[in-house]
Design a protein around this ligand. Structure first.
Ligand code: GLU
Ligand code: MG
Length: 454
């Protein structure tokens, strides 16, 4: 018999927790939730709570796309709380949070579950002696709605400015306290370049930990912005492009990789100190970037962010410390910091489990089949003669074609998950086709508020 304290419920009750919010992230990138009373959390971990597979047919605005293969009334799944990853959401008010994963009623993993993909790929890498460490950076805008409901920056102060930190110091305190209470490990927090924009860098962990932390961080930021700034009407926006005039919000992904305990991105004689195997990983990611983009930048408005000279890095290139290359190698140096790669194109509408699941598929392939690595990019690609550096897809439709034709991702994700993602991409392309650029940006301006301000 396990001791009573081995049960998450007993340990949480001691901390004043009464409810657990179990989230999973659908194909449209939206976190969905079921809440259980603390007394039911052990059952929610072992058996799960009901969730219909139709939720992956939701578009970014919450509408169910009728042409989606999952838009049907039958079937049911069980969302199980992963209580190993449980964290406190708002402990003072009795709330905890756990990421969830969906299983078939018979107990088998649901092959279409995004977190299952990430976990399964992580286990495959581990079996090969490969360890991937990952961490996201989150950028968001703190804003109030203008008379048309569009976000207007709410906290004054300049780019990276201590003036903005001090103007918003009580907000920053509330945020950092919430991260601390939740046990969310973070590395850095700062006012970003854009007006009213902030950034949080999460500490690296396993791919599953990185994705779970991103989900929790977004919930905490959304909650604190609302709680703290509610009386001023503040909300946060993680939209990739909250307005056409201002810089966008990225969701850059940092990656480092070791095999049998040996780091692959440093200590070699390739450019920036890459080893041969590290170069293989980079070359595979580079080749698959157009296809990966459909997961890293899944909304049509994501592509309005991806302009040159905005450090959103929309070029199919890699570079050593080059902020316009989609893959930026940050080499090790005398300060001893470990080398890592930054995928700069991704934004926060990406489902982090899908993105990291797919990145792991590509990474493993890059270790198994060596591709030639092109030379690194230096300087600003926008200033080079046209055609010298390939632009990544400039629309979701284009990225989706690359995703559809990637045999590697089709096999790695499995036919059913790959196919249902294609349906979601087609649904998003159709949604956007009915909107002007301005209306599209306005519709997604308060993401992750699905459906916008009502
Ligand atoms: N805001 C930029 C983006 O859209 C990134 C700025 C930076 O390099 O941190 O990704
Ligand atoms: Mg940034």
């Amino acid at each position: 018999m396990p001791s009573p304290l081995a049960s998450p419920a007993a340990a949480l009750a001691d901390q004043g927790i009464r409810w657990v919010a179990i989230t999973w992230v659908n194909h449209a990138g939206a976190p969905l939730v079921k809440v259980v009373p603390l007394a039911a959390v052990d059952a929610a971990a072992a058996v799960g709570v009901g969730f219909s597979p139709v939720s992956d047919a939701f578009r970014a605005d919450g509408v169910i796309d009728p042409a989606h293969r999952l838009a049907r009334p039958d079937g049911d799944l069980r969302l199980r709380a992963d209580t190993h990853a449980l964290a406190l959401l708002e402990p003072g008010a009795g709330w905890a949070w756990a990421p969830g994963e969906r299983f078939e009623r018979g107990g088998a993993p649901y092959a279409g579950d995004q977190r299952f993909l990430c976990r399964h790929q992580q286990e495959r890498l581990q079996q090969m002696g490969v360890e991937l460490r990952a961490g996201f950076e989150l950028e968001w805008l703190v804003a109030v709605p203008d008379p048309d409901g569009q976000p207007v920056p709410a906290i004054p102060g300049g780019p990276y400015g201590a003036d903005r930190l001090v103007e918003g110091l009580d907000y920053a305190t509330a945020l950092l306290e919430a991260f601390e209470a939740a046990g969310l490990p973070w590395l850095q927090f700062h006012p970003e370049y854009g007006a009213g924009q902030f950034e949080l860098s999460l500490a690296p962990g396993s791919p599953l930990e990185a994705a779970d932390r991103l989900v929790l961080a977004r919930l905490l930021i959304q909650r604190v912005t609302r709680r703290f700034g509610g009386s001023f009407g503040w909300r946060c926006s993680f939209s990739p492009k909250p307005s056409l005039e201002r810089v966008g919000n990225g969701g850059h992904l940092h990656l480092s990789v070791q095999r049998q305990g040996v780091p692959l991105l440093q200590g070699g004689d390739g450019p920036g100190g890459l080893t041969g195997a590290g170069g293989g990983v980079l070359a595979a990611l580079l080749e698959e970037l157009p296809a990966l983009l459909a997961l890293a930048c899944p909304l049509e408005s994501s592509y309005r962010r991806l302009g040159p000279s905005s450090w959103s890095a929309p070029f199919q290139a890699w570079g050593v410390e080059n902020r316009e290359a989609a893959l930026r190698l940050i080499p090790t140096a005398d300060d001893g910091a470990a080398a890592h790669l930054e995928l700069k194109v991704s934004d926060l509408t990406a489902n982090p489990y899908l993105l990291l699941g797919a990145v792991q598929v590509v990474l493993l392939d890059g270790l198994q089949q060596q591709r030639p690595l092109p030379p690194p990019l230096s300087g600003d690609p926008a200033l080079l003669p046209a055609g010298q550096v390939s632009r990544l897809p400039t629309t979701l439709a284009e990225a989706s074609v690359a995703f559809a034709s990637s045999a590697l991702l089709r096999i790695g994700l499995g036919e059913s998950l790959h196919g249902s993602l294609l349906d979601s991409q087609a649904a998003e392309v159709r949604r956007a086709a009915e909107l002007s650029d301005a209306d599209l940006i306005a519709a997604d301006g308060w993401w992750p508020l699905v459906g916008g301000l009502v």
